[in-house]
Design a protein around this ligand. Structure first.
Ligand code: E4P
Length: 217
């Protein structure tokens, strides 16, 4: 399973990248706005900086909602760097735009996916990635990971090439369960990635080893 970081914060991207396990980055308009990025040139420059930091796919989301608007904007985003993946919302116009980008060899990430039916449509349009939002599903008292399992099974049995990118990750356990469910990619906030490091027995064991190491000097 590939690890993407789900943020537009450059310090967090750098910290995750330094671990050596980072395969890519996803952003969305909320994450970009949180960093105070405003205006076309600032957006372009921010995506370029991220692409120069991380050697892997960087999802950049369109802000428009019409087919024509998304195609126009997506072409500009894709021109920023070869690793840009144009992120498109799961709407009727969005599906048409994904098909347009597929036909023009531009990678896409279909976002805001909450059902298997939506994931089938995204795959039919040729999306490179499909992003089911598992945390937001959990928030509404359904099991988001079950949707990952369902989409993985459908894609495998139907031979769809679209990669399942588990998004809206809230906890380290989400990451473990997405790996079990066969997700191709998990995009995670930094605290969830760092949470994977934690185990009290590791801390206790290390403390004992360090103590015994002292007696060996
Ligand atoms: C990433 O592609 C998604 O936009 C993101 O994971 C959504 O996360 P949230 O539900 O925590 O906002």
């Amino acid at each position: 399973m590939k690890f993407f970081i789900d943020t537009a914060n450059l310090d967090q991207i750098r910290e995750a990248n330094e671990l050596g396990i980072l395969d890519g980055v996803t952003t969305n308009p909320s994450l970009m706005a949180k960093e105070g990025i405003k205006g076309e040139e600032a957006i372009r420059q921010h995506y370029l900086t991220i692409c120069e930091m991380v050697d892997g796919p960087v999802s950049a989301e369109v802000l428009g909602t019409t087919f024509e608007g998304m195609v126009e904007e997506g072409k500009k985003l894709a021109a920023i760097h070869k690793n840009i993946v144009v992120k498109i919302p799961m709407t009727k116009d969005g599906i048409k735009a994904i098909k347009w980008f597929t036909d023009n060899d531009i990678q896409t990430n279909c976002t805001l996916v909450f059902s298997a039916g939506q994931a089938i449509l995204a795959a039919k349009a040729g999306a490179t990635y499909v992003s089911p939002f598992i945390g937001r599903i959990d928030d509404s008292s359904w099991d988001g990971v079950q949707l990952i399992e369902q989409i993985v099974n459908i894609y495998n049995s139907q031979g769809f090439m679209t990669e399942v990118l588990a998004a809206s990750i809230r906890t380290p356990l989400h990451i473990v369960r997405c790996a079990e469910a066969g997700a191709d990619v998990c995009t995670c906030p930094l605290p969830s990635i760092l949470g994977l490091l934690k185990h009290p027995l590791t801390d206790l064991g290390l403390a004992q080893f360090l103590k015994d190491a002292e007696s060996m000097k």
